[in-house]
Design a protein around this ligand. Structure first.
Ligand code: KG4
Ligand code: ZN
Length: 357
């Protein structure tokens, strides 16, 4: 059976539209269009919410036209319309949500509000051989660093998290410290290629428990950020030029090691034989190599989100919507709004006919 979804993603600084289809159990991307606003925000060193909303509003109609032209699927022929509704920047989310709800109302189609993290999790369905649950997911993006056990389709349990910055946020802040452009992840990765990852000893950031000991599967990047600041300051005070490439490589390496070590420890202690990695930071080559090598060494099956679907995109939102349709035939109320915050275990509430927000 064929099911086709038109999906929109506008939670942060990428305007994205996709047409995604489920065909005999396989998820196919018919078209995935992204208009990045990164250059516009780079001038300010980070995302400016007001600019993001305006750019989404300008970009969406064109992206929808392009996606239709490429896929040759017209809106009356899709089965549902989906948009990310939480968490994210409310003004930005509202643009995608209102557009999707308007189209759904006009064409009398079901509307599905999608949780952004469920979108990232669903990006693994766009890989060649998607895994079946149960599995452990390391979700690493600009807003989140979480270890999530996917117990079954749409049944999640968060088992680890960052207590301060998300991994992507740490990349962005450290890049700024090193004088590299926003977004920090790709710029750190690029200069790190020419650097020595072992030159600087950096802390792995453990999170203490109030009664003693550590949270084994949690993360903290604030100490690492401070350590990087101190290194930069010490070079600033000396005659030696800041060794940007070595600092970037050492930072990238320690972040990759921390993420991989704790993911594997968690998988092993929870007896999970499959590990999945998704989110913007999951496109980092060093992290991908280390995750693959460590999983192979420990006889754990590893699934990485395809690079093209790691950073924000609408194909992953469409894939999440296809799952919601398949496993619970869900749809959202047209009165559903948007929310800056919503934990993943509340995603189910997006399909209540009495919306939470
Ligand atoms: O998933 P995403 O596109 O948006 C959020 O949901 O947050 O992730 C964006 C984050 C940014 O912090 C960016 O610096 C980081 O992902 N990122 C990377 C790489 N590409 C993007 N971090 C490390 N290495 C990369 N190659
Ligand atoms: Zn994201």
């Amino acid at each position: 059976m064929l099911t086709t979804v038109l999906a929109l993603e506008t939670s942060c600084d990428e305007s994205a539209v996709a047409l995604v289809r489920r065909n005999n159990g396989k998820t196919q991307v018919l078209s995935s269009k992204i208009a990045s606003q990164v250059e516009e925000h780079a001038r300010w060193g980070g995302v400016v919410p007001e600019i993001a909303s305006r750019r989404h509003l300008e970009a969406l109609p064109f992206l929808i036209e392009q996606a239709i032209a490429e896929s040759k699927v017209f809106i009356p022929n899709v089965d549902a319309i989906a948009a990310t509704v939480a968490p994210g920047l409310v003004g930005a989310l509202m643009v995608g949500s209102v557009t999707a709800r308007t189209l759904a109302a006009f064409y009398s189609l079901p509307f599905l509000g999608i949780h952004h993290l469920e979108g990232h999790l669903a990006s693994i369905l766009l890989s060649k051989k998607p895994p079946e649950p149960p599995y452990l997911v390391l979700l690493v993006s600009g807003g989140h660093t979480e270890l999530i056990e996917v117990i079954d389709h749409q049944k999640y349990q968060r088992v680890g998290r960052s207590h301060d910055d998300a991994a992507g946020e740490a990349f962005d802040k450290v890049a700024r410290l090193l004088g590299l452009p926003y977004p920090g992840g790709p710029s750190i990765e690029a200069v790190a290629k020419h650097g020595n990852p072992n030159r600087f000893q950096l802390p792995k950031g453990r999170v203490s428990k109030p009664g003693g000991g550590f949270y084994m599967y949690d993360f903290s990047f604030s100490g690492l950020k401070t350590a990087m600041l101190r290194r930069v300051e010490s070079f600033d005070a000396s005659v030696e030029a800041i060794p940007v490439a070595d600092l970037a490589a050492s930072f990238q390496n320690i972040v990759a090691e921390v993420l991989v070590e704790r993911t594997l420890l968690c998988a092993s202690n929870r007896n999970l034989k499959k590990v999945v990695m998704v989110g913007g930071v999951a496109s980092n080559s060093r992290l991908r190599e280390l995750m693959e090598a460590s999983c192979h060494k420990n006889s754990i099956e590893v699934h990485l989100s395809p690079k093209a679907f790691c950073t924000d995109n609408a194909a992953m939102v469409g894939a999440a919507a296809l799952n919601r349709l398949k496993f619970s035939n869900s749809s959202s109320s047209l009165e559903l709004g948007v929310s800056a915050r919503l934990s993943l275990h509340q995603a189910e509430a997006l399909y209540s006919q009495n919306p939470l927000f």
